[in-house]
Design a protein around this ligand. Structure first.
Ligand SMILES: Cc1cc2nc3c(=O)[nH]c(=O)nc-3n(C[C@H](O)[C@H](O)[C@H](O)COP(=O)(O)O)c2cc1C
Length: 410
């Protein structure tokens, strides 16, 4: 079910159905918020309440929070089979948050006497991933029988998000930790422990306090790449120019306005962190305005005026000088007739920046490129081998790009 909050914080979970099972813990008051956060990252969330949980929070609240009917008992629809058998109507993942000691014990021992334990019994047989975030008092958590049950379930592939031990309580983990575990179960983690710096979006140069020179870039390419890398387990930092998109809240994002700021932040990041990859997909203004007016220029006072521009140093040419081991993937926007000079243009980029790959796109197309959700790309290596990524959504292109990078550069 799509809600007005769907994907407002990112689309990492778009197309994914998550069964949120809620058991009878004080932490069950957190569950509607967890449901809403998952939806804000694109998921469709189906809630299931245990009988004890339904004494603590109400079905109506969860119905409102998710837009879906709440499952409180199994019926002739065979919800346990339909939702957890790994088939077409099955969910992609089961999250039990919070999970009581009681429910952990039942799942570990194969007991299926209510909706949640029965659904999990099916899921353990069908390989639908189960993520458990427990919440309870510390003595309950330290019970050796519970600890044995946790170890047993881990052996069968169930993921536990470690609780936060505080004030004699083993509190349910925070949403970010639960979210990261969900991503790691749903997507192949072939970029785990990889640090990636991505620049994206336009920059602006001020003519006077109210007027700017900029371009039509939206930053959607870099955002799609950042999302894809994050899903695959990378630590992503995004440097985002003056675009109007909302970067996912789960990605560390540094906002910049001018090309000078983009250059300064890039140098700072590369000097102070170990980046495995630098992906330059921003569309910086290549020129700075030499003498911007400190006051608004009035058309009553001036019929015409000249703006003098000076070329900025190319940011990508600094990357290998500061961090020689960082793999550099540079995007090059060509405009229509430039396409005839692709070869010359690419050779210059490889010579000057020592890039590992140059990805070319034609921004003169109306159906692709700047501001569009679609593009067509060609990726070149320094010896001018090329791979074409045919016309597709920027999301799908990002997947193909990282498939290629993982295969050839990691
Ligand atoms: C107010 C209240 C809070 C509870 N909090 C927890 C808790 O945080 N963790 C836990 O394991 N059990 C807790 N319990 C006990 C469980 O609700 C109880 O074991 C129940 O049988 C669990 O059933 P369920 O697993 O089907 O939800 C709590 C009970 C009450 C009445």
């Amino acid at each position: 079910m799509k809600l007005d909050i769907s994907s407002i914080k990112g689309n990492e979970l778009e197309g994914k159905k998550i069964l949120l099972c809620i058991t009878g813990s004080v932490s069950s008051m957190e569950s509607p918020r967890i449901a809403r956060e998952l939806i804000k990252h694109g998921a469709d969330v189906i809630p299931v309440l245990s009988r004890s949980a339904s004494k603590l929070i109400g079905s109506q609240l969860l119905h409102w929070a998710t837009g879906n009917e709440v499952i409180t008992s199994l019926t002739g629809k065979m919800e346990h089979v339909q939702l957890a058998n790994g088939g077409n109507n099955s969910v992609d993942l089961i999250l039990i948050a919070p999970c009581t000691s009681n429910t952990i014990g039942k799942i570990a021992q194969g007991i299926s006497d209510d909706s949640i334990s029965t659904i999990c019994t099916v899921a353990l047989g069908s390989d639908v991933p189960i993520v458990i975030a427990s919440g309870m008092h510390e003595p309950m958590y330290d019970n050796p029988i519970l600890q044995n049950n946790i170890s047993l379930l881990q052996k069968y592939g169930v993921t536990f998000v470690s609780p936060l031990i505080e004030n004699n309580k083993a509190k349910m983990a925070n949403f970010d930790d639960i979210f990261n575990e969900i991503l790691s179960k749903l997507f192949i983690q072939d970029l785990a422990n990889t640090n990636i710096l991505i620049t994206t979006g336009p920059t602006i140069e001020k003519i006077d306090p109210v007027r700017v020179i900029t371009n039509n870039s939206s930053g959607k390419t870099g955002l799609a790449l950042a999302n894809e890398a994050k899903k695959r387990g990378a630590n992503v930092t995004l440097i985002y120019g003056d675009g109007r998109e909302s970067p996912p809240t789960s990605i560390r994002t540094i906002r910049v306005s001018t090309s000078q700021q983009l250059l300064d932040v890039t140098i700072d990041e590369l000097s102070n962190h170990n980046y495995d990859f630098y992906i330059a997909s921003a569309a910086p203004s290549d020129f700075r305005i030499l003498d911007p007016s400190p006051e608004k220029i009035s058309s009553r006072e001036k019929n015409s005026f000249n703006i003098q521009l000076e070329a900025y140093p190319k940011i990508i040419n600094s990357v290998k000088k500061i961090s020689p081991t960082t793999k550099l993937i540079a995007f090059k926007a060509l405009f229509d007739s430039d396409s005839t000079n692709v070869s010359k243009s690419i050779s210059e980029i490889f010579n000057d920046s020592r890039a590992d790959y140059v990805i070319v796109n034609d921004v003169s197309r109306k159906d692709a490129g700047f501001a569009s959700d679609y593009n067509e790309l060609t990726m070149f290596t320094s010896d001018h081998d090329s791979v074409n990524f045919p016309y597709n959504t920027k999301k799908k292109l990002s997947k193909s790009i990282f498939d290629h990078i993982v295969k050839n550069l990691t």
